[in-house]
Design a binder for this molecule. Structure first.
Ligand SMILES: NC(=O)c1ccc[n+]([C@@H]2O[C@H](COP(=O)([O-])OP(=O)(O)OC[C@H]3O[C@@H](n4cnc5c(N)ncnc54)[C@H](O)[C@@H]3O)[C@@H](O)[C@H]2O)c1
Ligand SMILES: O=C(O)C[C@H](O)C(=O)O
Length: 334
């Protein structure tokens, strides 16, 4: 059998804490499968150059069989060359007490300029996953500023929220997390997201029938998932890294290799208005993936309470988009 061609994976913000957790997972096959060789392209900013070199040294020291090379640098024009997959983690993280909107101005400018570098230098079939917050709106800004990259190739991470929802139900019921399927995260990767169990199952039975506690499912469950990012920041003093890295691998793996039959996952994708979501924002929907393409799961019934929650998170995304555009306009004036 001919050796498989190595896939070039860009990780921005690679010297940061998610980057540190993510690079070895990619190089061990968690993102593209156990037989796919990878070449890592690691980008960070000049003050992080020494730390980035440290990551490169550790990747060499780990003697990873799938890792065919590591490209590092601080100039996006160089580091984006020929990349097939871009995991955009670089940016300014939320600190304790900060709202996600506080980091907006800092991050949207980064995404505008990196969009241009990707458009010019990445592979024509580039797939993009934006992790850095505000993830949905950063992805939108990247899309708007890279018109030659197909819109369906630009996504953001809500798989972490999806996995958090699976984990909460598994703990509540006392089953392994793999028994729980088809929860949905609708909308924004923020505290307005709507974690929805109405179509989910535990060992094939509806979650509501197994949990038998609607007050929990509509109250504590929803707020725990919505606030989990803040709870991790409070506990660790830093935002989630291990789980963010693992979920980023899940997102790309399912996108590239396909979702298992009968299973859907949550991905932030450019909205086509399905389920009454606003068009023209990056909104998290239930999707299935096949042959490297995602498709929104259609036809799920939505009750009035769910529709109202979709509206709340959709409205926030519309507001974030306006704020991001305003931040970019102000940055251009300076
Ligand atoms: N979507 C999600 O589920 C999710 C989950 C966790 C964290 N996050 C977000 O991911 C981002 C990264 O988190 P972290 O904990 O790794 O932060 P971190 O501060 O540890 O790392 C961020 C890295 O980005 C680098 N960086 C800053 N500007 C850059 C630029 N212009 N180009 C390239 N690199 C740049 C920094 O130097 C740093 O090394 C944050 O925005 C965080 O809020 C998202
Ligand atoms: O909420 C945050 O800023 C951290 C991150 O997005 C998370 O969900 O863990």
């Amino acid at each position: 059998m001919a050796p498989q061609k190595a896939i070039r994976v860009l990780v921005t913000g690679a010297a940061g804490q998610i980057g540190y957790a993510l690079c070895p997972q990619i190089a061990r096959g968690a993102m593209l499968g156990p037989d796919t060789p990878v070449i890592l392209h690691l980008l960070d900013i000049p003050p992080a150059a020494a730390a980035l070199e440290g990551v490169r040294m550790e990747l060499v020291d780990a003697a990873l069989p799938l890792l065919q090379g590591v490209v590092t640098g601080t100039d996006p024009e160089d580091v984006c060359k020929g990349v097939d997959i871009a995991v955009m983690v670089g940016g300014f993280p939320r600190k304790q007490g900060m709202e996600r909107k506080d980091v907006m101005a800092k991050n949207v400018s980064i995404y505008k300029s990196q969009a241009a570098a990707l458009e010019k230098h990445a592979s024509k079939n580039l797939k993009v996953l934006v992790v850095a917050n505000p993830a949905n709106t950063n992805a939108l800004i990247l899309k708007e500023n890279a018109p030659s990259i197909p819109a369906e190739n630009i996504t953001c991470l809500t798989r972490l929220d999806h996995n958090r929802a699976l984990g909460q139900i598994a703990e509540k019921v006392g089953v392994h997390v793999t028994s729980v399927k088809n929860v949905i995260i609708w909308g924004n990767h923020s505290s307005t997201q709507y974690p929805d169990v109405n179509h989910g199952t535990v060992d094939g039975k509806p979650i509501r029938e197994v949990v038998r506690n609607d007050a929990y499912l509509e109250g504590e469950f929803v707020s725990t998932v919505q606030q989990r990012g803040a709870a991790i920041i409070k506990a660790r003093g830093f935002s989630s890294a291990l789980s963010a890295a693992s979920s980023a691998c899940d997102h790309v793996r399912d996108w590239v290799l396909g979702t298992p039959e009968g299973t859907f996952v949550s991905m932030g994708v450019v909205s086509d208005g399905s389920y009454g979501a606003p068009e023209g924002v990056v909104f998290s929907f239930p999707v299935t993936c096949k042959d490297g393409k995602w498709q929104i799961v259609q036809g799920l019934p939505l009750d009035d309470a769910s529709a109202a929650k979709l509206k709340t998170t959709g409205d926030e995304l519309v507001e974030e988009k306006a704020l991001a555009l305003q931040c970019l306009e102000e940055a251009e004036k300076v």
